[in-house]
Every structure is written in C-alpha cells, then in structure tokens.
Design a protein around this ligand. Structure first.
Ligand SMILES: [Zn+2]
Length: 377
C-alpha cells in the first residue's frame, strides 16, 4: 500500500519545508519536491491513496517516552488499559509510547517484564516499548540489567529516590545500579525527590490536621526535588553513567541539570504538560477535594514562583530535552476519593497521553517554542 501526502508543509526538528511524502506500507519511502516526477512516474496518479494536506503541517508521529498504563498504585491501578490508553494516544498524534515494566523488591526482574508484556501484547493501537523500573536493587536485579540490554532491547532502567518502602533505592543501591549501567551501556532514569524527608513532612502535616490535597504539594517542596536531582547527578558522575531525570517541575532542580550539562555531563531532563500549564495555587489548591484531580509527583509548582514560565524557557534553551506525559490517570470517583481526609492516600497521577502534542503546539502559538522545537521535544 503506497500513500502520497501532498501539498503539506513537512516539519522536522531541523526545518519546515513544502514537500510531498511518499509512504510505502509503514515506512516513509521518500520526501519529494511538490509534484516531483523524479522517480520516473507521476506519483499522484500511481499512489494507491493520496492525502491532500494543503494548508496543513505534516509531522512525525509523536513519541511519549513516559506512560503508566494499568499501573498498580496505592491499592488501585491506573484507569487506562494498554488498549484504551494507546487509542487515546493515537487520537492525539502520538504513535509510540514507552511505558514502564515494574520489578518490586523481592520480585524477579523478568517476572515483572513478562507480566507487562502480557498486559500490552496484542492490545495496543500504536507502537510501544518498555523502560524497566527496578524497585529492589540487589545482586539478582543487577545481573538482570545485563540481560535487559543484551536480549530484551531495554536500555533504560528507572530508579526512585521517593516512596520509601515501595520503590525507594538507597544511595548505595543507586550507585551500584549506575555502575552497572556505565558497564553495559544503559541509562538510569531517576524519580528525583527525597522521599525519606518527604515522608516526615507528610506525617507532620497530617498530625496538624492539614489533610487537603494542597498539602500534597506543600510536603514535597522544591528544595527536596532540587536536592535529589543534585544527588543523582553527583552519583552518576561518580559511576560514569548517563542520567535522565523524569518529570521535573522545579526551576531549581532543572538548574542543577543545566549546570551538569554545561560541564559536559551526560544528563537529560524531562518535563510534562501539567508542569507547564497547571499550578499549585489554581489546581492543587482548588477548594474542597477538587485538588485531588491534580495530585501527581513531582507536584505542581507555585505560579508566584513562575516555575511554569521557566520550564518553557528551559525547553527553548535545551536545558530540558523531553516533554512526556507521565500519563497515569485515576478516576475521581472511587480512586482519587481514596484520599478524602488524607491527601497521602490519593493515588498519584494525571492523564495526558491524548493531548501532549496539541498542548505543546499551544506553546508554538504562544511564541514559547518554535515549530521545529515542538517536533523535537
Ligand atoms: Zn512516572
């Protein structure tokens, strides 16, 4: 099956030009001058299907590098299955997701990976791949990291500095995993928040009777995202492995990434649309229990401290490299409601896989980023 997309403006990370696109099966066969007959034939009449894209942009399919379909969390599970979540992604122009298979302490890495393959296999409307979450770094899981790279095509392992007792890795465990990554050519992804300190603040907040969703944000202060980011960067420096900090929301944390990159460090930063558009005051701090809809970690940040505007700037200056969604939706009824009267029981997560590309395109309309940068991130 050949398809010719004609009369459109093709946008890539390196420019926007008027070109025709010839697609053969699932692959782009050629980019051609509009109306070109360079292949010795009039393509418009020989292609099996012709799409007129006059007045439109023709862009590559989006890649959402961070989603959590069907993720078990806090006694419930993310409400999108691989089927519904990837359909939503396709509607929004995203044609690949990279989700996370999960190993918890005491479990075997390949049992976790198999379980996630079973959830996704045959159910996805688009392409998918996995990063591997390792919640229990030990001799067994470190050995498994080699096989992930050599046999499973999984070259990114996610660790947590947050969620003590669930996913948190101690600094020694983090360093060992980073050394392994340096050895086998993989990359460490990090949820960078100081979870041990955060748990103290949460307990103190609840004891004072501060139980509303707003306190989810106030007990996860900027300083503890910045501290963990800095610590992860230094540990990666010692180990000599590439490091990718996920879902960054605080300016001060991104500044640590920026400094490391300026020194030549192999460090990358990711943010998400919710951190570009939503705020602690307007959303997490909404009256009553409304704010529960916006509970995610890292939390939404204060607009008075203008983190949102700074994140756009970091995208422009390539101090942040990726915008993913961290798509992890929970229904308000029965799921978010688990945390009525105790914000720490609200499942952490926000949906967004369908709207990432148009939300970011709004950044082009608003003059925050260029068309090319939109395609790039
Ligand atoms: Zn995540």
């Amino acid at each position: 099956m050949t398809t010719l997309i004609t009369n459109g403006t093709v946008v890539s990370a390196s420019g926007a030009v008027d070109m025709d696109v010839l697609v053969d099966g699932e692959q782009i066969a050629a980019l051609l001058q509009p109306g070109a007959t360079g292949l010795g034939t009039d393509l418009a009449s020989s292609a099996e299907r012709v799409i007129d894209a006059r007045g439109k942009y023709v862009v590559p399919g989006g890649v959402d590098a961070h989603t959590h379909m069907e993720l078990p969390f806090g006694g419930t599970a993310a409400s999108d299955t691989f089927e519904t979540g990837t359909r939503a992604a396709a509607w929004g122009g995203t044609t690949t997701i990279i989700d996370f298979a999960v190993q918890r302490a005491g479990e075997r890495v390949f049992d976790g990976l198999e379980a996630w393959h079973r959830k996704a296999d045959g159910n996805c409307a688009i392409d998918y791949a996995f990063h591997m979450i390792i919640g229990g770094v030990d001799d067994d899981s470190l050995t498994a990291m080699d096989r992930l790279v050599s046999q499973e095509g999984i070259s990114s392992v996610k660790l947590f500095m947050a969620y003590p007792g669930v996913f948190l890795s101690e600094d020694g465990q983090i360093l060992r995993a980073m050394q392994k990554a340096a050895e086998n050519g993989s990359m460490i992804m990090m949820h960078a928040e100081n979870g041990t300190a955060i748990d103290v603040l949460i307990a103190q907040s609840l004891a004072r009777g501060n139980v509303d969703p707003l306190y989810h944000g106030l007990t996860r202060p900027v300083a503890l995202e910045e501290e963990a980011t800095h610590r992860a960067i230094k540990l990666a420096e010692v180990a000599g492995c590439p490091l990718y900090i996920v879902h960054m929301s605080a300016r001060e944390a991104v500044e640590r990434v920026m400094e490391a990159r300026d020194r030549g460090g192999n460090v990358f930063g990711e943010t998400c649309p919710q951190y570009l558009y939503l705020s602690l005051e307007d959303h997490l701090g909404a009256p009553g229990f409304e704010g529960a809809k916006y509970v995610c970690s890292t939390p939404l940040r204060s607009k008075h401290e203008h983190h949102q505007a700074d994140l756009w700037r970091f995208l422009r200056t390539n101090d942040l490299q990726v915008v993913s969604t961290d798509h992890c939706p929970f229904c308000f009824k029965e799921q978010k409601e688990l945390g009525v009267g105790d914000f720490s029981k609200i499942p952490n997560g926000i949906g967004g896989v369908e709207h990432r590309m148009d939300l970011l395109y709004q950044g082009v309309v608003d003059g925050e980023i260029s068309l090319e940068r939109w395609v790039e991130v």
